[in-house]
Ligand binder design. Structure first.
Ligand SMILES: C[S@@+](CC[C@H](N)C(=O)[O-])C[C@H]1O[C@@H](n2cnc3c(N)ncnc32)[C@H](O)[C@@H]1O
Length: 272
């Protein structure tokens, strides 16, 4: 049984220009503040753990309040679930997108459980029409996803906030609440991306509901995950069976690593 969820979905306000100029100056002042993530021939920029801490300590008047930043644990269920780290399967999905998926200026994208936001950022660099980022934690979105977006897209004007605002939205909240919002608003996406988000089997049904409710009729969703998460119990095979039991959805495995614990990517779309 899933725990009761309360609260509401919060849309993160785009910060002022000072915020973005600090992100850029961080990169100029200390090269270890930014990591480069290789995707074929190109590189995506992402705040390093040191850079994230530096940025938050400079910009946040109460850095101790930022959940997950100072903790040794990646998983505090229902509080902080690893959003300040880049997880292995997101690299697989980045490579897969780069070699198999066409993104154009008509593509609307949703990244679920985005953390660093690399999948959405990659889509932005390929010219996606819009990219919406969702995570459980507003702090992750504000102090990690948003700066990472700013590090990777050129400002179309002097105003980075305005540039981001034209294409991106950032939503914090549990999937149950996001699902209610999506259903109420009728929002649909052509491409839904999510990586390392199925480790808790109790959340499989709500994640499938969310994907189903916001995937456009001809859209496609990709879920990248380990075959099994020891210690927490979720796994891609259970998740896949869940989708197969839904009469409207089809899914296929499109990538599997050869590692001891295989990492898998599945593709989901509506039966036509
Ligand atoms: C292990 S992290 C993966 C982050 C990123 N996708 C990656 O692969 O690097 C899982 C992410 O999913 C989000 N998440 C997990 N369960 C969620 C839920 N029930 N509602 C909203 N977000 C959730 C967490 O906040 C976290 O950022």
């Amino acid at each position: 049984m899933r725990a009761e969820v309360s609260g509401e979905v919060m849309q993160i306000e785009i910060p002022d220009e000072n915020f973005f100029s600090k992100v850029r100056s961080l990169e100029e002042q200390a090269s270890d503040s930014v990591r480069l993530i290789k995707v074929s021939q190109s590189r995506l920029k992402c705040l390093s753990p040191k850079g994230t801490k530096r940025f938050i300590c400079e910009q946040n008047t109460n850095p101790e309040s930022v959940l997950g930043l100072h903790s040794n644990s990646d998983l505090m269920p229902g509080i902080y679930e690893g959003g300040f780290k880049i997880w292995e399967c997101s690299h697989d999905l980045l490579q897969y997108l780069d070699t198999h998926v066409y993104i154009s200026d008509t593509t609307s994208v949703l990244e679920i459980g985005c953390g660093a936001g690399l999948l959405g950022i990659y889509s932005l660099t390929k010219g996606a029409r819009s990219v919406h980022f969702q995570d459980f934690n507003s702090d992750v979105l504000k102090w990690f996803t948003l700066p990472n977006v700013a590090l990777n897209i050129p400002a179309i004007s002097e105003n980075m906030g305005e540039t981001i605002n034209t294409k991106c939205k950032f939503f914090a909240g549990d999937w149950k609440l996001v699902n209610d919002k999506v259903v109420a608003s009728g929002m649909k996406y052509d491409l839904i991306l999510t990586s390392e988000t199925i480790y808790n089997a109790e959340n499989h049904s709500i994640l499938v509901e969310l994907i189903k409710n916001c995937l456009s009729e001809n859209g496609v969703a990709f879920v990248a995950a380990k075959s099994y998460y020891f210690g927490v119990g979720g796994g891609i095979l259970d998740f896949q069976q869940f989708i197969q039991s839904d009469p409207r959805l089809i899914c296929e495995e499109c990538f599997a690593s050869e590692s001891t614990i295989p990492r898998i990517i599945i593709k989901i779309n509506f039966k036509q």
